[in-house]
Design a protein around this ligand. Structure first.
Ligand code: NAP
Ligand code: MG
Length: 518
């Protein structure tokens, strides 16, 4: 069987009427299913709980996108039990066969692309291009990790000793808990889950309570691809019940988490405690938040820099771990640059994400909107100058205008804490040295970008800008599977490098086998 070289999945062309029509139809179809109830899926069985929760449309929170099971600690334990039993079979399924399920799932996602896009448009408020980018990335993860598994299955030792056959096998580690965030609700969920499964592990998947329907659609895709029941078990419900129960359980071998710093630290600490009967040290992959900066040097192409900052700050309402939340600008071009940003931010269209012409949709939920509004106040109280936005946009949804706060001190709250919304802090730097110092002056280290035409400065940034994903003369969002392995330094997490060639190692252990040849 020959497998074509990995290529990133192309995006849908929205200038084509036929594509727009298909997307509109998929949105209408999902709207006609609003209010439907969805089960948890444990060992391939549909499981219902007595308590339920609603997933709402943030563009119009009166709309219930779906009703979900509020999984309990008991449901989590039941899923773990099934996953433990299934592991004893799945671990022996040859890697080539495991990879086939991912290739098949990628095909199904292509076929169901508009439906999956619609789910993200209506459940978390992604605009059409953002939703489609997410689906394309999910397809990329499936295609990439399937190939990676085949590569690891052919691993060789560096040396063959005379008189023996020296081999290296990458084998699975056990049963894991997978906890993804809502902001890349298909791509990150699919990537985290299938990386763990293709390497021979079985998992309990707990989707974010803000995006359970997208998680459910992923389960449908995997079931359609024929992955055996019990390899991936889907338990929606509160992180505090489902998550905590499994993080602490002695039979859980690993936890793969992507989300906020606070929850990541909590999981890391709890998983580190060795429980009675536990015979391993748990592995924790924890990918967390960012306070990502774009440095605008005095020698930058300011038009390009302003365009890059705007897209990176406001794409998906600033709710990307890679979003630009700080623009650090050399004082020589500072006033001019702020004046360039203002009309760009003010011309951004904000409204329901199902309308293609809106560049920004709503933020994900009410709590999030209120938290962002508080940060906008704090930013001004601490001396920031409001340049654009700062208020809600009209409509029933959680719409916030793109907000710029200038003259922010490098140590101010909004220059240090992740806001996760459409709020940009603009910070003045004395020179390039100072800009680098400010950029590195938070506890995070996820993405960063520098705009400068000066080669020496770019060279310095390459060495001194301490972040997991550095971009030079381009924006800091939009990491592509294969090209930009993704993960951050310091409190941004364990630098797992999702979409890179090291990622699958996190879910395997290497066994060296030496056979004496007579
Ligand atoms: P979050 O609030 O930390 O939630 C993430 C997941 O953790 C959710 O599924 C949540 O479930 C679950 N959870 C909550 N408490 C838990 C517990 N005690 N034990 C186990 N699981 C628990 O983060 P989010 O709001 O979904 O996502 C936004 C954050 O993710 C931002 O900080 C962003 O920077 C970060 N992020 C990082 C990356 C990266 O690659 N570094 C990528 C994307 C996002 P419930 O929904 O039920 O609470
Ligand atoms: Mg929602």
């Amino acid at each position: 069987m020959s497998i074509p070289k990995f290529k990133n999945e192309p995006y849908i062309d929205w200038s084509k009427t036929a594509n727009r029509k298909k997307q509109e139809q998929a949105i209408a179809k999902l709207e006609s299913q609003f209010g439907k109830e969805y089960p948890n899926i444990i060992g391939g069985e549909k499981v219902y709980s007595s308590a339920k929760f609603n997933s709402l449309n943030p563009s119009d929170p009166n709309q219930v996108v779906g009703v979900f099971q509020k999984g309990t600690a008991d449901d989590a334990l039941k899923a773990l039990d099934i996953a433990l039993k299934k592991f004893e079979e799945w671990r022996w399924v040859p890697p080539v066969k495991r990879a086939q399920y991912l290739f098949k799932a990628a095909k199904i996602m292509r076929k169901r692309r508009f439906e999956i896009n619609a789910t993200m448009i209506l459940e978390v408020g992604k605009t059409w291009p953002e939703a489609d980018g997410d689906t394309a990335e999910a397809i990329d993860f499936l295609e990439f990790y399937a190939r990676e598994m085949l590569r690891y299955a052919n691993a060789k030792t560096a040396v063959q000793l005379p008189g023996e056959k020296d081999e290296l096998e990458y084998i699975p580690i056990g049963v894991g808990l997978v906890v993804p965030p809502w902001n890349f609700p298909m791509a990150i969920l699919a990537g985290m889950t299938t990386a763990a499964a293709v390497t021979g592990n079985t998992v309990v998947l707990k989707p974010s309570s803000d995006s359970p329907l997208i998680g459910y659609k992923f389960m449908e895709v995997m079931q359609e691809a024929g992955i055996p029941a019990g390899v991936i078990n889907f338990v929606a419900g509160p992180g505090s019940a489902v998550g905590d129960t499994l993080v602490k359980h002695p039979k859980v071998r690993f936890v793969s988490f992507t989300g906020s710093k606070e929850v990541g630290i909590h999981i890391y600490q709890e998983a580190a405690k060795v429980q009675p009967g536990q015979i391993w040290l748990k592995r924790v992959v924890a990918e967390m938040g960012g306070k990502d900066a774009i440095i605008v040097d005095s020698e930058a192409n300011l038009e390009e820099a302003a365009a890059g900052v705007i897209v990176a700050a406001y794409g998906f309402q600033g709710q990307k771990c890679s979003a630009c939340s700080r623009a650090i600008v050399d004082e020589k071009v500072y006033d001019k640059f702020v004046q360039m940003l203002k009309p760009k931010a003010e011309s951004i269209t904000v409204g329901p994400s199902k309308i293609l012409s809106n560049f920004m949709g709503p933020v994900v939920n009410k709590g999030s909107m209120e938290k962002i509004q508080q940060y906008i106040e704090i930013g001004q109280k601490e001396g920031g100058r409001l340049i654009a936005g700062g208020n809600r946009a009209p409509g029933d949804g959680y719409f916030l205008r793109p907000t710029i706060i200038a003259d922010v001190e490098p140590t101010a709250t909004i220059a240090q804490e992740e806001i996760f919304g459409p709020v940009l802090a603009v910070i003045k730097a004395k020179n390039f040295d100072h800009a680098l110092e400010i950029a590195n002056g938070t506890e995070f280290g996820l993405t960063g970008a520098v705009y400068s035409k000066n080669k020496k400065k770019i060279e310095r940034a390459r060495k001194e800008f301490h972040c997991g994903n550095l971009y030079l003369n381009r924006k800091c969002t939009g990491a592509m599977v294969g090209a930009h392995p993704f993960g951050g330094f310091n409190m941004s997490g364990t630098d797992s490098k999702a979409g890179g060639q090291d990622y699958l190692l996190l879910f395997m252990q290497a066994k060296s086998i030496a056979t004496k040849i007579k």
